[in-house]
Design a protein around this ligand. Structure first.
Ligand code: HEM
Ligand SMILES: [Cu+2]
Length: 539
């Protein structure tokens, strides 16, 4: 192809009307909004990475290295808040949910395009409020991303503003959920039955319900913190008849389901990437789709596993522990089905697939260590140690992060019309995979040995592994830089790609690259399932 891809007359890059920056920040096109979300959430990911590297640098040796205890507290809090509320929760639905889901169901846009734009704006406003909290009032919050009372009610740092920012971002998440549920119910093309929905759409659908049902609880909880701080309401202060444990319940009733907002769309990406690069229909389509819903439902009942040491009753501990084990079943079903899809496939190891395969391994390590934490007896020993930090980075970074990178390599060329170079992508993947495991495996071992989390200093016996972990973080960062340079150089100046570079059978591969403004010249009539590769490239 010799023509400049981005100037194809009908491409969404040229839709007329507004120009310049206004054509982006006031656009109601789901593709433009998807890219806005992509750049804003991924930008915050990079901010979070920088803070994470600073944490690791402080921990390279015992004692003070680059920052004192107060700064360390603020740094891990802002690292956590940025990564959770500004990157990983809004990232996948906002960026790839928006870019891909409407096309995969054969729609021209989401059900409420203007509400979609409003959601992005709310996200930006919330993010700006969070950033403002760092430089105003008593300075950056130092409570940890969980804002636990009574400390969060008393600390002089700027918790109120940070909480208001997170509250605003939460609204954005609820509205996105409503928009996506409506879109998937109402805007599927003719022939796009529920049994033909790509698994990514199923996962976005399950996620959207969690966004709608769980996020309001976080909203209320955050408002209560503000009431506590600003009005002295005494809701969580035992001195005034309040109950601090109540806060933990309210917080985790949202925040455990929120981990499914983080991981379900990632599982959807993997379910779409694995069959394409194994050149085989997905194994157990119905079970994968059903397990997304099962995870979303069962996951709503397990929040107490974050509170085993809080003084809950033995009955509550037993029930929450048992229910936690139940959630492992649908997750394991997915892993089994992905591995079965690989079995006897003709596997092609390009970048999206390498990231997807590492997702399976890293997510499995994250999930299995989650069971160690879910069992009350073992939990007590590793509670609040680096074992927990290792565990959740395996799930959130090794899982969702790597799935996000897979999606970036797999889907972004569709929107830019150009592709990254394969060899540097593989080098980047190898560096990241190696660095990641050195970093977080060391932290898990440290946790088992008793190294507590959220401390800027530690006993000398923990020094060697902390040094190893910090070196791991540099290898990881080096891989990240190679990936970014290669990916963006490719998207803007790389080799042009056609409409279906990977041979996929879902609808996004049946329209031109880059997609036209309204996706489909005429409404598609879907005649086959999403993994029927004999029909690749046709609706
Ligand atoms: C290069 C990348 C990263 C590095 C080096 C890093 C490093 C760290 C370290 C050392 C801590 C522990 C602080 C402590 O307990 O003393 C931490 C905590 C945390 N990280 Fe990361 N991290 C990275 C990426 C991520 C990602 C991608 C996510 C989520 C998407 C994430 C989410 C969190 C959260 C939620 C905490 C807990 C904060 C708290 O205790 O309140 N991190 N990180
Ligand atoms: Cu949980």
């Amino acid at each position: 192809m010799t023509t400049d891809q981005l100037t194809t007359p009908s491409s969404f890059w040229n839709d007329t009307g507004k120009t310049g920056i206004a054509s982006w920040i006031f656009s109601t096109d789901h593709k433009r909004i998807g890219l806005l979300y992509f750049y804003s959430t991924f930008g915050f990911f990079l901010v979070g990475v920088l803070l994470g590297l600073l944490l690791r640098l402080e921990l390279i040796a015992p004692g003070r290295t680059i920052m004192g205890p107060e700064t360390y507290n603020a740094t891990f809090t802002v690292h956590g808040v940025v990564m959770i509320f500004l990157f990983i929760i809004p990232g996948m639905p906002g960026a790839f949910g928006n870019l891909i889901m409407p096309i995969q169901i054969g729609a021209r846009d989401v059900a409420f395009p203007r509400l979609n734009l409003f959601s992005w704006w709310l996200y930006v406003i919330g993010a700006v409020i969070v950033l403002t909290s760092l430089f105003t009032g008593g300075g950056p919050p130092d409570t940890g991303w969980t804002f636990y009372v009574p400390f969060s009610a008393r600390t002089g740092t700027n918790v109120s503003l940070a909480v208001l920012g997170v509250f605003t971002v939460g609204f954005s998440s609820i509205l996105t959920g409503l928009n996506f549920v409506t879109t998937i119910h109402r805007l599927r093309a003719e022939g796009m039955t529920w049994g033909r929905l790509p698994l990514f759409v199923w996962s976005i659908y399950a996620t959207a319900w969690v966004q709608i049902l769980a996020t309001p609880i976080l909203g209320i909880t955050l408002v209560l913190i503000m009431a506590e701080r600003i009005l002295g309401a005494g809701l969580f202060d035992p001195g005034r008849g309040g109950d601090p444990i109540m806060y933990q319940h309210l917080f985790w009733i949202y925040s455990h389901p929120a981990v499914y907002i983080m991981i379900l769309p990632a599982m959807g990406v993997i379910s779409d990437v694995i069959p394409v690069f194994a050149r085989k229909p997905v194994f157990g389509y119905k079970m994968i789709a059903f397990s997304s819903i099962a995870i979303a439902a069962a996951g709503s009942l397990v929040w107490g596993h974050h509170m085993f040491t809080s003084g809950m009753s033995d009955t509550a501990i037993l029930v929450f522990s048992f229910l936690t084990f139940i959630v492992a079943i649908p997750s394991a079903i997915k892993v089994f089905n992905w591995v079965s899809t690989l079995y006897k496939g003709s596997i092609s190891l390009e970048a999206p697939m390498l990231f997807a395969l590492s997702f399976i391994l890293l997510f499995s390590i994250g999930g299995l260590t989650g069971l160690i934490l879910g069992a009350a007896a073992t939990n007590i020993h590793v509670h609040d140690t680096d074992f927990v930090v290792g565990h959740f980075h395996y799930v959130m970074f090794g899982g969702t992060g790597f799935a996000f990178f897979s999606a970036m390599h797999y889907w972004l060329p569709k929107f830019y019309g150009r592709k990254y170079a394969e060899k540097p992508a593989i080098v980047a993947w190898a560096l990241m995979f190696t660095g990641f495991n050195i970093l977080y495996f060391s932290m898990m071992v440290l946790g088992l040995k008793g190294m507590p989390r959220r401390y800027y200093d530690y006993l000398p016996e923990f020094a060697p592994l902390n040094l190893v972990a910090t070196i791991g973080s540099w290898i990881l960062a080096a891989g990240l830089i190679v990936m970014l340079v290669n990916l963006f150089r490719g998207l803007f100046w790389g080799e042009p790609v056609g409409s279906n570079p990977w041979g996929g059978a879902t609808l996004e591969w049946s329209i031109p690259t880059p997609p036209p403004t309204e996706n489909f010249e005429e409404e598609p009539v879907v005649t086959h399932g999403p993994y029927d590769y004999t029909k690749a490239g046709v609706p």
